[in-house]
Design a protein around this ligand. Structure first.
Ligand code: HEM
Length: 416
């Protein structure tokens, strides 16, 4: 099938144009061409760029739920390590760095790293952390509630994930603003200049210093456990430790923030659903968060690479081919979700969404993210319930993350 540039997924203007991923296009492909060949961009055309990478190879786009799920589960046939889990083309040192991150590992190395870090996300750790998360969620809303307006993304949504990340990793309070700034800088992955690389380098440097501090003075923080922990007599290398920190500073922050922002946006767009939610927030909120994740996933895609010749559906795939896993498309597959374009906070199977991935690389922070969202959004709904959009909403220029960068809100000020 031949395509003009207007339908190439590496065209960053496809994403913000429609306020999010190109769902119409995904729906068409799911119906007519479910394993769709996306060609490399034409020479000289503007594409989304990640510093240190190229985009010379085309890729197969998966839009059916069952394909995204099956490929994600099969790491023997579809590797996150071979070409990294990221759709751009990496080589040399940049590829090795991706492989040092957990998402880019596979098999034994991945399992060992997982055994090291999974206890830090255990239900008991989360239970112990919950009162602090609840308190900080309240403090964040305290700061804006009496003003009658706020810029929701950075005044509210971004704060709790950064606080939680710092607390979990054992970052001193004094460095929280720095991590806030670097985390936000790191999220702007595709501006094509070297700013992003510099931010990542600063995060790596910070992580290396923190690791040295935790090696000298172990405590019960996640960073200390990752630095000092051993599995089968093996430790993470310094680069792996630093990449773990960088991964979490992006994976744990921007995604959670964006979900909170999409949630508020969707409530303003679906007043009937919001009225239902407000009738009993404690009861409806958990499923409303899952429905938000299904409807507007903050991560648009990850990638796998075929390790040998195979087939997906009726399509031959060659060893080395890149595969694009479309989470927004899988989440709207009518085979799994009835009337998928309807935003329905009562949807029975909303939690079947694939926005946290599935299989060996399933998101380690899924429960933590949901817990933070519950506390933060409950504060917003209970204290500034009549929020409305009070200005222009701007989207991140990205083909990877569906993120809003600016969303002014107005509301009746809370009485002191
Ligand atoms: C709404 C919020 C979040 C979303 C939508 C999200 C999404 C994802 C997705 C799609 C993957 C799978 C990647 C793949 O299959 O290649 C993933 C993996 C991961 N996420 Fe999240 N994430 C969120 C929050 C968090 C948080 C809060 C943390 C930690 C503080 C976190 C840590 C991780 C880690 C460590 C992995 C790698 C797991 C592995 O490779 O085994 N995430 N996430």
């Amino acid at each position: 099938m031949s395509l003009d540039f207007a339908t190439n997924l590496v065209d960053v203007d496809l994403i913000p144009r429609g306020k999010g991923p190109p769902l119409d296009l995904f729906a068409r492909w799911r119906r007519d061409d479910p394993v769709h060949w996306n060609p490399p961009p034409a020479a000289g055309s503007y594409v989304s760029r990640m510093a240190g990478t190229t985009m010379e190879k085309g890729f197969w786009v998966l839009t059916r739920y069952e394909d995204v799920e099956a490929v994600s589960r099969d790491q023997d046939l579809f590797s996150s390590w071979l070409g990294s889990p990221i759709i751009w083309d990496y080589s040399g040192e940049a590829l090795e760095l991706q492989r040092a991150g957990m998402m880019g590992m596979e098999h034994d190395r991945h399992l060992r790293t997982k055994r090291l870090v999974t206890p830090v996300f255990s239900p008991k750790v989360l239970r112990d952390l919950e009162p602090a998360i609840e308190r900080v969620a309240k403090e964040i809303v305290d700061k804006v509630a009496s003003a009658g307006r706020c810029e929701f993304v950075f005044d509210v949504a971004s704060r709790l994930p950064v606080y939680t990340f710092c607390r979990l990793l054992g970052v001193p309070d004094a460095d929280r603003e720095l991590i806030f700034e670097l985390g936000n800088g790191a999220a702007d992955t595709e501006n094509g200049d070297s700013d992003h690389q510099q931010v990542v380098a600063r995060l790596m440097e910070y992580a290396t210093n923190l690791a040295a501090e935790k090696a000298a003075n172990p405590d019960d923080s996640m960073m200390s456990k990752v630095v000092n922990g051993e599995v089968d007599g093996d430790r993470l290398s310094p680069t792996e430790v630093a990449m773990f920190f960088v991964l979490l500073s992006i994976a744990g922050h921007e995604t959670t923030r964006s979900t909170a922002v999409h949630f508020i946006r969707l409530m303003t767009e679906h007043p009937d659903q919001y009225a239902l939610l407000r009738s009993d927030p404690e009861r409806y909120l958990p499923n409303a968060i899952d429905e938000t994740l299904r409807f507007s996933p903050p991560v648009i895609k990850f990638r796998r690479t075929a390790t040998r010749d195979t087939r997906i559906g009726a399509q031959d795939i060659k060893s080395g081919d890149k595969i694009y896993l479309s989470y927004p498309a899988a989440n709207r597959d009518p085979e799994v979700f009835a009337d998928p374009d309807r935003f329905d906070i009562m949807r029975k199977n909303a939690s079947q969404h694939l926005s946290f991935g599935v299989g060996p690389h399933f998101c380690l922070g899924a429960r933590l993210a949901s817990m933070q969202l519950r506390h933060l959004l409950l504060q917003v709904i209970n204290r500034i319930p009549d929020f409305r959009i009070g200005g222009d909403v701007t989207y991140l220029r990205s083909i990877w993350f569906s993120a809003i960068m600016n969303m002014p809100l107005e509301f009746t000020p809370e009485k002191p």
